[in-house]
Design a protein around this ligand. Structure first.
Ligand code: SIN
Length: 330
């Protein structure tokens, strides 16, 4: 894991970490925006392709080279460790991470949950590969650097297509458009206009609960896998078969047993009656069950008397991470 010192300059030093993704993707033909292989171009080369960055003090480091659909806990752990290391360096003002779009919202949420950094950690990405006729990666990297250099910036955010999204709110909402992200009801945190941040909302919460956050980070670094939390969806014609299969696994995989289930319910977190019965059985067997909504907007408003009482306002994929981290905390 070599650190390439790109240029030394006394002012704000930034660290750029590479994780792969379409931003580092390569196609055999320049016009091909879908038939490419993600995670091919080094982060050092991605940075070199943005002339605006030439005069900045940057350290560039390749942490992983993944198609982010294959993101896993080992890569998250390695990334969190490198981010934590660089955040501790007094000369480092902020960190930019190049990442695939497909799970960037999960990585951003994971990092915000385990680090709550008081400096900016800005994830960025691209919807078109580096070899595209008009790649979007260089502008996104340039915008991400502008955000990371902003003097008040803190917390984990995602920058794409000129918009800044907080880690808690951001969701990928489009399969191929370059502005593929949305922050739901909250709206974006800001936008980048010609290299200047225009801010609409406060930065994500920084390390207020210092010791608590440090404990979460230490637990993450000490384990080889997050507690197993499954994600299911309620839908028309659903039944309890998936839950029953998961429960059957409980007794078998003693090293990594099922500890929780997040169910993406319909509307206000409602669950098909047959699936609900199976989830109640899981709950009775000691599995934590959390309901959230499969709707893109709004949040689950709980009401008294519901037998699956735990609800989450987060998107299903983030609710799963939150539950796994809570289970890790014990
Ligand atoms: C990935 O998520 O690594 C591939 C897709 C993308 O970055 O747009």
């Amino acid at each position: 894991m070599a650190i390439h010192e790109m240029q030394v300059q006394a002012e704000k030093r930034l660290v750029i970490l590479g994780m792969g993704g379409t931003i580092a993707g390569r196609a055999t033909q320049a016009g091909d925006n879908v038939g490419y292989v993600a995670g091919q171009v080094s982060v050092a080369d991605l940075v070199r392709a943005v002339p605006l960055l030439n005069d900045l003090a940057l350290d560039v480091e390749q942490v992983a080279q993944l198609d982010s659909k294959d993101m896993d806990f080992a890569a998250w752990k390695a990334l969190a460790a490198r981010v934590a290391f660089h955040l501790e360096r007094p000369e480092v003002a902020g960190i930019v991470i190049t990442h695939g779009t497909d799970t960037i919202e999960e990585t951003a949420f994971f990092l915000q949950s385990v680090l709550r950094p008081a400096k900016p950690v800005v994830l960025t990405c691209a919807m078109r590969p580096a070899t595209a006729l008009v790649p979007d990666g260089p502008q996104n990297v340039s915008d991400a650097v502008a955000v990371a250099r902003h003097e008040d910036a803190r917390g984990v955010v995602v920058v794409c297509a000129g918009q800044v999204h907080s880690a808690d709110d951001v969701t990928k909402v489009h399969t191929y458009r370059v502005d593929a992200f949305d922050s739901g009801d909250a709206g974006p945190l800001g936008c980048v206009e010609e290299g200047q941040l225009r801010q609409f909302r406060p930065w994500p919460e920084a390390r207020a609960a210092g010791a608590l956050v440090a404990a979460v980070y230490a637990r993450v670094q000490a384990c080889s896998a997050l507690p197993r939390a499954a994600l299911l969806t309620s839908h028309a014609d659903a039944d309890g078969l998936m839950v029953q299969a998961l429960l059957a696994q409980v007794g078998r995989d003693t090293a990594h047993p099922l500890r929780g289930i997040v169910v993406a319910g319909t509307g206000n977190g409602t669950v098909h009656a047959l699936l609900e019965s199976a989830l109640l059985e899981a709950q009775a067997q000691g599995v934590r069950v959390v309901r959230c909504s499969r709707c893109a907007r709004g949040r689950v408003l709980a009401h008294p008397g519901q037998r699956l009482g735990e609800v989450s306002d987060l998107s299903p994929v983030k609710a799963r991470i939150a539950l796994a981290l809570e289970l890790l905390a014990g």
